[in-house]
Write a protein that binds this ligand. Structure first.
Ligand code: FES
Length: 195
């Protein structure tokens, strides 16, 4: 019997290397790569869709642009106001409406080739004012504000904080009445355009 220590085990050179430990890791990497590609395939069209969906919200409407309203001949020489709808392109959420009503104005001829325009919206709380033929003034039926022909507050008891909102008018080609239409915030003493 020998007292020498047992010799170190020799590698078995005839057996193939044991890959069982590295295979689960390789499978995991393959699955992770497939999941990443799948996520990208889903997210790219979704991102493109969202950009399309929200695109109209980023576009500007036609507020503040001059729009053709009527011909000068259609306004009477007596200086009494006539009411006209304002038609313009309107973008509502995802749809575009060409020539849609976006508001209304009273037009009044103050000389042969001069016209004044007033927004019909009452600056108190946004009701539409009426022109009273018998009193030759504008009257808001919601809380009884009254305005003179030039839009100024007529009755000091009127709750409106300012007169009717005047709008810029341009006469083009000597007969076309164009108005820079704009709505303003209600409830303020000064005119603050609605964005
Ligand atoms: S909304 Fe016109 S007076 Fe109040």
């Amino acid at each position: 019997m020998s007292d020498s220590p047992p010799s170190d085990p020799q590698p078995d050179r005839g057996r193939p290397p044991d890959r069982s430990a590295s295979e689960p890791r390789r499978d995991f990497l393959k699955k992770a790569a497939a999941a990443g590609i799948g996520t990208a395939i889903v997210l790219v069209p979704v991102a493109a869709g969202l950009a399309t969906v929200f695109d109209p919200l980023r576009r500007k409407g036609s507020a503040g642009e001059k729009v053709f309203v009527t011909s000068l001949d259609s306004l009477p020489q007596d200086g009494l106001p006539q009411k006209f709808a304002i038609l313009a392109s309107r973008i509502d959420a995802w749809n575009s409406f060409p020539n849609a009503p976006v508001g209304a104005v009273y037009l009044r001829r103050t000389s042969d080739n001069q016209v004044e325009a007033l927004n019909v919206v009452c600056p108190h709380a946004g009701c539409f004012v009426d022109f009273r033929q018998e009193k030759k003034d504008f009257f808001c039926p919601c809380h009884n504000s009254s305005f003179s022909l030039d839009g100024k507050i007529a009755d000091r008891k009127s709750p409106a904080p300012r007169g009717l909102d005047g709008l810029e008018v341009e006469i083009r080609n000597e007969k076309e009445v164009w108005v820079k239409f704009q709505n303003f915030q209600t409830g303020h003493a000064r005119k603050i355009p609605v964005a």
